[in-house]
Design a protein around this ligand. Structure first.
Ligand code: NAD
Ligand code: TYD
Length: 357
């Protein structure tokens, strides 16, 4: 079997769904169930015979050691992390605990487990670390997209903590010969995305008649990848990636935030027109910028494409249409994840902007 950490989050839950649909191999989801982890995102898989769940923290070494001994996985895919830049600006302690110390503790126990495997099992074993393009810092408008050799220049507490985890993973390979793989992906979007992030927040604020809060001038650029394309890339790297290598993942879909928000408004105008027939664009509100806001991210995925044959299958137009349709059809999921903690966060983050839910 494989162990997936953070499988109750946005990308992990999509990964497990895709894995069980395509592969005949059990998966154990180890997740702490923070505010961002929702078993509702896996409700359709709860009784799948090859799906298993254990609640726990990647930093809990005793539990990790027992779990590895009991389940004898042939791979670990590490999604577990604190993932929201704005939260890391309000307070970074949990980012340090999970993204750095948690990853370190997980690596230590995986190393101990790995060292006792037979030579045959050792050669098949992989530790795949899921990371982000944000570790490379920010690009100006004309700079070439990030390649795997771009220097690390993390700018937010979130990206700094992910950068540290990437370095620990690299060191576990270089020094201790743990067979690791690292993927650095651009911004994901799609079903089961927690509504603190740009795309689901905008869809839900629009539908709830609330202001749609655009930070600064809305000209920051992100390179958007539909989540199932990211999951397919992770499976590809896990199966065929060269041990110790880093693979960038991205779909060449650079958009300014205003382009993204206007596209969402146009789709909602078509699929769920407002009662007064005004466009949803009338709800767009420019609010105070994020401190240290990275201007532009863009990924060069040539290595993954040429070496391993991965290609993104969704364009931004096809993926965003599917995403808006999914949120329109899945109000029950939204209700189940929008807890008291979530409402408190929105209140803190958007107070004085007139943009709170
Ligand atoms: P998410 O915040 O939606 O989910 C994170 C999951 O990890 C949650 O289920 C949470 O309960 C779990 N978790 C947190 N701390 C834990 C701990 N100590 N032990 C066990 N589980 C814990 O995040 P996501 O958007 O699905 O991102 C998953 C991974 O992909 C992260 O490592 C993130 O850095 C990376 N990534 C995300 C994006 C993106 O656009 N969302 C892009 C590139 C890379
Ligand atoms: P986000 O989804 O938080 O991802 P990241 O910061 O990791 O790229 O934000 C995407 C972009 O959208 C980023 O430039 C910040 C911007 N943004 C807003 O303009 N308003 C919002 O309410 C949020 C959450 C993000």
């Amino acid at each position: 079997m494989i162990i997936v950490t953070g499988g109750a989050g946005f990308i992990g839950s999509n990964f497990i769904r895709q894995w069980l649909a395509e592969k005949n191999e059990p998966v154990l989801n180890l997740d702490k169930l923070t505010y961002a982890g929702n078993l509702a995102s896996l409700a359709d898989l709860a009784t799948h015979p090859q799906y298993h769940f254990q609640r726990g923290d990647i930093g809990d070494r005793t539990m990790i050691a027992k779990l590895l001994t009991a389940t004898q996985p042939r791979a670990i895919v590490n999604f577990a992390a604190e993932s929201h830049v704005d939260r890391s600006i309000h307070g970074a302690a949990e980012f340090i605990d999970t993204n750095i110390v948690g990853t370190f503790n997980l690596l230590e126990e995986v190393r101990a487990y790995f060292s006792d495997l037979s030579e045959e099992k050792k050669s098949a074993f992989r530790f795949l670390h899921v990371s982000t393009d944000e570790v490379y810092g920010s690009l100006d408008a004309v700079a070439p997209a990030f390649t795997e050799t771009h220097r690390y220049e993390p700018n937010s507490p979130y990206s700094a903590s992910k950068a540290a985890s990437d370095h620990l993973v690299r060191a576990a390979h270089h020094t201790h010969k743990l067979p690791v793989l690292t993927t650095n992906c651009s911004n994901n979007y799609g079903p089961y995305h927690f509504p603190e992030k740009l795309i689901p927040l905008m869809i839900l604020n629009a539908l709830n008649g609330k202001p749609m809060p655009v930070y600064g001038d809305g000209k920051n650029v992100r390179d958007w990848l539909y989540v199932t394309d990211h999951c397919a890339a992770i499976s590809t790297v896990l199966a065929r990636g060269r041990v110790g290598e880093v693979y960038n993942v991205g779909g060449k879909n650079e958009r300014t935030n205003m382009q993204v928000v206007n596209t969402i408004c146009a789709l909602l105008d078509e699929m769920k027109p407002r009662a007064d027939n005004k466009s949803y664009t009338s709800q767009i509100a420019f609010v105070k910028d994020r401190p240290g806001h990275d201007q532009r991210y863009a990924i060069d995925a040539t290595k993954l494409e040429t070496e391993l044959g991965w290609r993104a299958t969704e364009t931004f137009d096809s993926g965003i249409r599917k995403t808006v349709a999914w949120y329109l059809a899945n109000g029950a999921w939204v209700q189940s994840v929008v807890s008291g903690e979530y409402r408190q966060w929105v209140e803190t983050q958007y107070k004085n902007t007139g943009a709170s839910l």
